[in-house]
Design a binder for this molecule. Structure first.
Ligand code: PLP
Length: 368
């Protein structure tokens, strides 16, 4: 019998997979966390152009200089943070950024505080890094600095923040982000701020904790903003002492992000931004249709301020997800997102308008 490390074999990926396996061919998939829009044409053109110009080899490990320059400007313009191009590493999606950061920061026995409910990768990647993932129960679907403070021990190494949030669609207030940044300073831990949904925000403002402290790694990606999930293009920003260590992991696991994707991302970040706002407004309309439809069926659901998920409380979400799957609607039961989430279910509205309407019709049998 072959043996595998506990830190890998203990990880359960069955929650979401079960739902997809239960899906019939006619199912409507509200389970996916990726925009359904094609990548905007000017971005695709830049990629084709990069291939034609022969940009098909390795790039500098940290990313092409033009892209890091553009990202440095983006951070100042969009996030109000001063980051030099040398303080940026371009990665294969936000996923790689999360992985290399946790590998560099977490020792066995270290605690990583993660939002519960939270994005599935946080717990898995913390454990793969040898750490313990400690779920911080969210209060009204956001991270409350007082609750975080109660969980801090001498083992606390990292706090992962994700605003706007997957799966909750919630957005952290400036006041709370500042308070969490102060905790990071006072107790000397590092915040990983996962900002991949920063432009998918319908109410409220997006605030980066790096405005308030240097103890932050800002993680972001082209994936959700520009509908570029398959291009695998993300990036991180941090102070030089961090970057020096992250480079080593990045170099040996990835060498560099894809060359063509980097040129595509350059066009995305420096080009017209109308596509971003158009996609966001589509998502807003869909959010309202799904939200109103659910509420009309008596389903209790907070209005999400960002991302493209609804996270209503439905009771036994495993049972509800199974009943929905039988009627051809795929959603993800809350338990996939942490111990505090079992009563919720995640619906993604990153799917076609007519599919949302049809899905609501199919839900009648389950919720009414
Ligand atoms: C909160 C969050 N962070 C990171 C990612 C991964 O992003 P990427 O596709 O850029 O690796 C996702 C994808 O669903 C996500 O929801």
């Amino acid at each position: 019998m072959r043996s595998f490390t506990d830190r890998v074999s203990d990880i359960d990926i069955s929650g979401i997979r079960k739902m997809f396996e239960a899906a019939g061919t006619d199912s409507i998939n509200l389970g996916l966390g990726e925009p359904d829009f094609p990548t905007p044409a000017h971005i695709c053109d830049a990629a084709v152009d990069a291939i034609r110009r022969g940009h098909t080899g390795y790039t500098p490990g940290a990313g092409i200089p033009e892209l890091r320059d553009a990202l440095s400007e983006k951070f100042l313009h969009d996030n109000n943070i001063a980051v030099t191009p040398d303080e940026i590493i371009v990665t294969a999606g936000a996923s790689e950024a999360l992985h290399i950061v946790l590998q560099a920061l977490v020792e066995p026995g270290d605690d990583v505080l993660i939002p519960d409910p939270g994005f599935v990768s946080y717990s898995a990647l913390s454990r793969i890094a040898g750490g313990r993932a400690i779920g911080v129960p969210l209060v009204d679907l956001v991270m409350d600095p007082d609750v975080v403070a109660e969980q801090i021990t001498r083992n606390t190494k990292v706090l992962i923040l994700n605003s706007p949030s997957n799966p909750c669609g919630s957005v952290q207030s400036r006041k709370d982000i500042r308070a969490l940044a102060e905790l990071a300073e006072d107790y000397d831990f590092t915040i990983i701020s996962d900002e991949v949904y920063e432009f998918l925000i319908y109410e409220g403002e997006h605030v980066s904790p790096a405005e308030f402290t240097d103890n932050v790694i800002t993680v972001n990606a082209a994936s959700k903003t520009y509908s570029m999930t398959g291009w695998r293009l993300g990036y991180l920003a941090a102070r030089p002492e961090y970057i020096e260590q992250f480079h080593k992991v990045h170099q040996y696991v990835q060498a560099c992000a894809g060359s063509v994707a980097q040129f595509a991302a350059l066009a995305a970040i420096t080009g017209p931004q109308d596509c971003v706002y158009e996609m966001r407004e589509h998502f807003r309309t869909r959010r309202d249709v799904l939200l109103n439809g659910l509420r009309e069926m008596g389903v209790e659901c907070a209005t999400p301020m960002g991302a493209f998920y609804l996270f209503p409380r439905v009771g036994d979400s495993d049972r509800i997800a199974a009943e929905l799957a039988e009627r051809g609607v795929i959603a993800v039961p809350g338990a996939s997102f942490g111990a505090n989430s079992a009563e919720h279910i995640r619906f993604s509205y990153a799917t076609g308008d007519s599919d949302i309407v049809r899905a609501l019709e199919r839900m009648h049998d389950v919720f009414l």
